[in-house]
Design a protein around this ligand. Structure first.
Ligand SMILES: CC(C)(COP(=O)(O)OP(=O)(O)OC[C@H]1O[C@@H](n2cnc3c(N)ncnc32)[C@H](O)[C@@H]1OP(=O)(O)O)[C@@H](O)C(=O)NCCC(=O)NCCS
Length: 188
């Protein structure tokens, strides 16, 4: 067995309303984009967007299921069946283009056993990135936690994923802990 350790940060945010983000009145999305709330019929669409967002990314090495279509399907079904799953913190992002509606982003939220919101797998498919959509989608999930009465939320991010870490810090998340995830890379 050959094991690699990936450094990850646990990052947390206070959900109390503040001047900046998260705000109960997020900025409008760019034209033609819309947020779609959770519905059980959308489970496989969330899974497909998760796969398209993560398949060529670092986190597909850290969590091999993210680089595999069936793995994403199993993961998404497992998350949505948990008692702790929070529909109000789970969103799809859709784009209405000339060719029809394209789904381009996903985020899910659960409530952990300490009553904290936990963000799962924020992803925007590559051709829709760098327009503020990841920020907006994460903001929608955080508002879902706040609407459920939670006061704090967290996520984990791979330290090498510097763009994602920057996004989270910009939104007000702070690093509270460093953890190491062991991954068996023998079959990689
Ligand atoms: C991380 C991720 C979700 C970010 O999505 P995104 O939609 O590109 O995020 P944003 O557009 O909100 O922010 C990204 C950058 O675009 C910039 N940006 C925001 N609005 C912009 C605009 N209108 N025009 C140009 N750039 C803009 C942001 O300032 C930010 O810049 P920076 O990278 O220099 O800090 C996306 O890269 C992704 O899915 N990655 C793969 C999966 C992954 O790693 N997920 C995180 C797991 S923890």
């Amino acid at each position: 067995m050959s094991v690699t350790y990936f450094k990850r940060y646990r990052m947390e945010i206070d959900l109390a309303p503040q001047d900046g983000f998260p705000s109960s009145c997020p900025k409008p999305l760019p034209e033609r984009y819309q947020l779609t709330p959770w519905h059980p019929d959308l489970v496989d669409i969330h899974a497909e967007v998760k796969f398209q967002s993560f398949r060529f990314e670092l986190d597909a090495n850290v969590f091999p299921c993210l680089g595999d279509r069936d793995g994403c399907r199993r993961l998404m079904r497992e998350i949505s069946r948990r008692e702790s799953f929070l529909p109000g913190a789970t969103w799809l992002l859709e784009y209405g283009g000339a060719a029809g509606v394209e789904t381009c982003g996903t985020v899910q939220g659960v409530i952990d056993r300490h009553g904290m919101g936990a963000i799962q797998n924020l992803g925007i498919i590559p051709r829709h990135r760098s327009q503020g959509l990841g920020t907006q989608l994460l903001g929608a999930a955080l508002n879902g936690f706040r609407n459920a009465g939670l006061s704090r939320a967290y996520l984990e991010v791979t330290a090498q994923n510097v763009g994602a870490v920057r996004l989270y810090e910009r939104l007000g998340f702070s690093r509270v802990k460093t953890v190491y995830k062991a991954v068996d890379v023998s079959y990689a």
